[in-house]
Design a protein around this ligand. Structure first.
Ligand SMILES: [Zn+2]
Length: 167
């Protein structure tokens, strides 16, 4: 029988603090230094939802791209998107929320067809519970500030029912 009790033990260190894993940071680095789609975030910070269109083949992309997935052109320009749409589908997250969202459960996520644009996107739905929603409900953009330890002014988009009055 192998007995370890008389042998000297090694000591290992564990960090006092584990940084938020980069892999699980949904908001990523939004500045020009870090992403070629920084204009999307710059516009969102100013309250505008936008995306890229291809100057070569006119394709509209969402999310924004740096190369057109249709024709591989990198001649892309930014265009504003509608801020309202209709709810195509929705669900509620009650458990197993992603890192950083555990305290938010339950929360609603939905798929929204933007009005007047060929864009269907997914987003968190704020200000309303699952039981209060129906497919076809009108939704509108809501820009949120990301409050975290990074010294950056980060934002992201969510949606909320369009009938609510602005705060
Ligand atoms: Zn193209």
């Amino acid at each position: 029988m192998n007995n370890n009790t008389d042998r000297p033990r090694d000591t290992v260190d564990v960090p006092d603090r584990i940084e938020f894993p980069r892999l699980f940071d949904f908001y990523e680095l939004q500045s020009e230094d870090h992403t070629r789609i920084h204009e999307f975030y710059d516009r969102l910070r100013d309250g505008s939802l936008s995306t890229t269109t291809c100057e070569n083949c006119d394709a509209l992309h969402f999310p924004p791209r740096v190369v057109c997935p249709e024709c591989t052109s990198d001649d892309l320009t930014y265009t504003s998107l509608p801020h309202e749409g209709t709810l195509f589908a929705f669900s509620v997250v009650r458990g197993s929320a992603p890192i950083g969202m555990a305290e938010d459960v339950p929360f609603v996520v939905g798929i929204i067809d933007l009005e007047g644009a060929d864009v269907r996107l997914s987003a968190r739905i704020d200000e309303v519970g699952y039981d209060d929603l129906s497919i076809g409900d009108r939704m509108r953009l809501k820009v949120v500030d990301i409050d975290d330890s990074r010294d950056e002014d980060r934002v992201f988009y969510r949606f909320e029912p369009a009938h609510r009055t602005p705060e």
